[in-house]
Design a protein. Structure first.
Ligand code: P6P
Length: 334
């Protein structure tokens, strides 16, 4: 007899995507094929990251990307791999990457999607073996569009799907579709399949954990200073909040999603527009957190999903996490 404790209902990402497609009779299969190209990218990047130290893929690649960050070899390899996967899928018409100064257009008819991605977010932590990740957002082209920059310069509310893959002990993919649930998949390295391990993820409504780079507190606005100071006082239970900060957005986001709490990268006097990018960090994460029952707002407490990027590498301040924890921020930051 089947042991009730053993879950034999193994759902691979491939099966999940097919079941999603079947739910929409009007679906052409294009989105599914685009997602297969995405999962191929994640599996390949996971492979390179697992072997990075062994084959000396860590360390600087001797080049810098558009925003001046020193590029590491894995940044370059992952970016090239991601671009190749999107191009060869034939379903991506417009691509924005953190590593590319300009929009990449693939002149392929029948391609109805625009993709924004950060191939290796948090790469400055790579040499230290800290989890890094790929963050992505998918927009649908306007009807009849052959693919323009305007097709990607849209607020998170228009995202068709978004998510991230964290490359840690195993690769964890977290993905959500417009108005849908949040589902977590774990890469089985042995067979190269993402397996549904965290169906319908919901972030705890509150949790006394805050995640921010306190090293920037000198530059914070007063409201932000007062908010974080309030967390260090004894709360109703007599204890202050715990601080957890990894410095890799996908790792801090994944922990916050699972445990609850508040992640923030506030805009400040040093970075008046904030540090994190709207298209491929803030908006995709905001969609995941909202669909998991949490919230995400910018430094003016506006809903992050409604922030319209002015340029493809535009930045924003962000506070995201448990619903009640973001409500607390609003009491201090106007
Ligand atoms: P800081 C990594 O460089 C990154 O883009 C995010 O992954 C991370 O949340 C943030 O910047 C860390 O920035 O200034 O705290 O090192």
């Amino acid at each position: 007899t089947q042991d009730a404790n053993i879950n034999t209902n193994i759902i691979t990402l491939t099966r999940f995507l097919t079941e999603e497609q079947v739910k929409h009779p009007e679906a052409t299969g294009d989105f599914t094929l685009l997602c297969h190209a995405l999962q191929y990218s994640f599996k390949s990047i996971a492979y390179y990251i697992r072997r990075a130290t062994l084959v000396n893929l860590t360390g600087l690649a001797g080049s810098a990307n558009t925003t001046g960050d020193d590029q590491k070899k894995l940044d370059v390899i992952s970016n090239d791999l991601f671009i190749a996967a999107m191009r060869s899928s034939g379903k991506c018409s417009v691509l924005v990457s953190e590593e590319e100064e300009n929009v990449i257009f693939f002149p392929s008819d029948g391609a109805h999607y625009a993709v924004a991605c950060d191939p290796i977010d948090g790469s400055s932590n790579l040499d230290a073996g800290v989890s890094v990740g790929t963050i992505f957002g998918i927009h649908k082209l306007a009807p009849g569009s052959q693919g323009t920059k305007e097709d990607i310069l849209k607020p998170g509310t228009e995202l068709v799907a978004a998510g991230f893959t964290m490359y840690g002990a195993s690769a964890q993919l977290v993905v959500t579709m417009k108005g849908g649930t949040v589902n977590g998949f774990t890469l089985d390295n042995g067979i190269g399949e993402f397996i549904l391990s965290h169906p319908d993820m919901k972030i705890p409504k509150k949790r006394a954990i805050y995640s921010v780079n306190e090293g920037n507190s000198l530059y914070w606005e007063d409201g932000v200073k007062n908010y974080f100071s309030s967390l260090k006082e004894a709360q109703e239970n007599g204890k202050p909040y715990s601080a957890r900060y990894i410095g890799s957005m996908v790792a801090d986001a994944y922990r916050t999603l699972l445990y609850g709490g508040l992640f923030a990268y506030p805009a400040d006097k040093k970075s008046p527009k904030g540090k994190l990018r709207i298209l491929y960090e803030c908006a995709p994460m905001a969609m995941v957190f909202e669909n998991a029952g949490g919230q995400a707002v910018d430094s003016k407490m506006a809903r992050m999903m409604e922030v319209v990027p002015e340029s493809i590498h535009d930045r924003a301040g962000i506070f995201m996490g448990s619903y009640d924890e973001v409500e607390k921020v609003k009491k201090f930051v106007k």
